[in-house]
Design a protein around this ligand. Sequence first.
Ligand code: NAD
Length: 487
Amino acid sequence: MITATKAKIAPGKLLIDGQWVEGAKTFDTVNPATGEVLTQVTEASASDVDRAVEAARRAFDGKSGWRKMPASERGRLIWRLADLIAQHIDELAELETLDNGKPIFESRNVDMPMVIDVLRYYAGWATKIHGETVNTFDNAFTYTLREPVGVVGLIIPWNFPLLLASWKLGPALACGNTILMKPAEQTPLSTLRMGELAVEAGIPVGVLNIVTGGPETGKAIVQHAGIDKIAFTGSTAVGKEIMRGAADTLKRVTLELGGKSPNIVFADSDIDGAVRGAINGIFYGKGEVCNAGSRLFVESKIQDEFLEKLVGRAKKMAPGDPLDPKTRMGAIVSQEQMQTVLGYIEAGKSEGAKLIAGGNRVTVDGGKGFFVEPTVFGGVSNDMKIAQEEIFGPVLATLKFDDVDEVVELANRNQYGLAAAVWTNDVKKAHQVSRQLHAGTVWINTYGLMDAALPFGGYKSSGFGRELGAAALEHYTETKTVWMNIG
Ligand code: NAD
């Protein structure tokens, strides 16, 4: 049985200027494990966005504006929000799983703890953002100030809804910016609940505005003259639109986009560890993970043994009820995304790749959910669609190679550059290959680890700018140089 939820889900309203308000239109948000509507959520119009921008501007510039608040107080409020999220962790995890279809194991044990960690990390930064004094001339006193950028538009995708919201919210708040946040239309619920907790935490009115909606709401944010910066996570196609849309108002833009990350296994690696890493790299989060290890390169001499072990494990990962704590493969986020994934599986077959595990939609508990088997293709060549394009689902393309130069060349021959992994017990080789890979993150003998303190972001079509770590603060501050004549 798909477990019935205990959570009572109210219709979603907009959070503007500290008030929960309704708009003219609503849209449905659906539980992908059952195909049933969870609730209706307000679609923010351009005029709702206008009101949210005015509120954010007042909260930024006003006499007791967010930017003027003592930094320690800003940090305390961010920490308080993290505490409230910790107190409501089960409820938030359940909302995330209901809306996204990800296993409750992931929402409860990975996503939500990291949300709390990220907010606490940036709460600590609030008091440590500063400029520097610089020695220039004897008759001058010269220094720099780090100032918040202003009103920022944060646009979030559906795969890690609250987690990716926290990656932007933490540094934006710590630096003194005020916010319009737009969660993805598929998964707005956890962000709306977090908005209630932000109000309860005492984050001042207008500092965080939540404007739910789809692409039209997103475009209104991107084009709005009153917004100073856009931080976007999502697909590369939309990222390009956002750059174009932001050009007329010369907004600062940071983009965290798609990926097709190579996971490279050398014959001298710990093979069982690498098999586990490959499974985790592609099937964690149903493969709806920007840094999914979706291209697996295995050195020819261990290929047969490796694929046999890999396929054995993949076949055991049957999709199940996302609310069951034992489930490790949940539901694809939407019917549309499931059709995209199944379309890529068909493309793989018609291009001549060999389907060696999965490949089908499956029914869980006789329901109407959107479940796809963990799927593995063998015999893939690097120019096939399934090796080049981001599928964003549980589909692994496996390729083989014979030497280091060949695999580095193949791995880099792709438009994306978000992440990569190398499995080998040869320390020199591990570091040499890591240096040659065009990727924002390289894992050695592991896959997918993240920490609030370490920057994350892409090379090439995977975007630019870095989130997490001190690096993110760069994107939420302007640097002002001050000269004073003391001669
Ligand atoms: P998407 O690009 O379709 O949508 C992302 C967000 O942008 C949503 O909130 C959506 O409503 C909004 N949007 C859509 N069109 C818009 C427009 N024209 N103007 C303004 N906003 C618009 O992406 P998605 O399908 O939600 O997410 C999947 C994609 O996100 C994948 O490509 C994945 O790789 C990428 N992603 C990247 C990272 C990263 O850190 N690099 C992390 C997670 C996801």
